[in-house]
Design a protein. Structure first.
Length: 131
């Protein structure tokens, strides 16, 4: 019998659901979904709950993914730290995210999405050292 994460991935594959920036932290699995698939996700997560794969779930529409893509990110965490610093200076507190050598995706409050994009553009493009 597969684990909960495998059951969720199988579900996404079977229904052609988009899963963006998955994070597994202990017994929690966090990821972004397309808003137009929310009802289908709810229905299928309830089914996984009835089968014993999912004990609870929350679909939080107050947060949106914000991605920064680049070719010069390093694995040291420097770029991730810079992104968090820039957002903090603009009063935005990312809640969770993922990072790779090419992209950083964070969960930010939907109410601050536009401000976050402007802050990162200013800090990473207009002033490349984040100042």
């Amino acid at each position: 019998r597969p684990g909960a994460a495998s059951a969720v991935w199988d579900l996404a594959k079977a229904h052609n659901f988009v899963v963006l920036a998955p994070v597994i932290a202990g017994s929690e699995l966090r990821f972004f979904i397309e808003s137009d698939a929310e009802a289908e996700w709810r229905k299928n997560l309830e089914r996984l709950g009835a089968q014993g794969f999912v004990s609870s779930y929350e679909i939080d529409t107050s947060k949106v993914p914000l991605s920064v893509v680049g070719e010069r990110f390093c694995q040291s965490g420097e770029a991730l730290g810079l992104v968090f610093d820039i957002l903090a200076r603009h009063g935005v507190n990312p809640l969770h995210g993922t990072a790779s050598a090419l992209a950083i995706t964070l969960a930010v409050p939907a109410t601050h999405a536009d401000d976050s994009v402007r802050a990162l553009h200013e800090g990473l493009i207009e002033s490349p050292r984040g100042t």
